[in-house]
Design a protein around this ligand. Structure first.
Ligand code: ZN
Length: 72
């Protein structure tokens, strides 16, 4: 749901304050991007769970940090 100008963080309502929601929105934006697969080096990996990424190109499943495959 991205119906509000706050983007994906609209589901939090106003409970957490703008600052926190802005932080979460940045994190989730990066999460949803495709990540580079360490096996085939193609940016087709998607985060499937906390710290787990699946490459849609070669099917490689690899682990990383909770929110980003590496570094950030
Ligand atoms: Zn791959």
């Amino acid at each position: 749901m991205s119906t509000r100008k706050v983007g994906s963080t609209g589901r939090f309502g106003s409970r957490y304050g703008k600052k926190v929601r802005d932080l979460i929105r940045d994190v989730e934006k990066i999460q949803r991007q495709s990540h580079v697969c360490p096996r085939c080096s193609m940016p087709h990996s998607k985060r499937v769970a906390k710290g787990v990424y699946l490459c849609g190109k070669c099917g490689n499943k690899f682990t990383g940090q909770a929110y980003f495959p590496r570094g950030g």
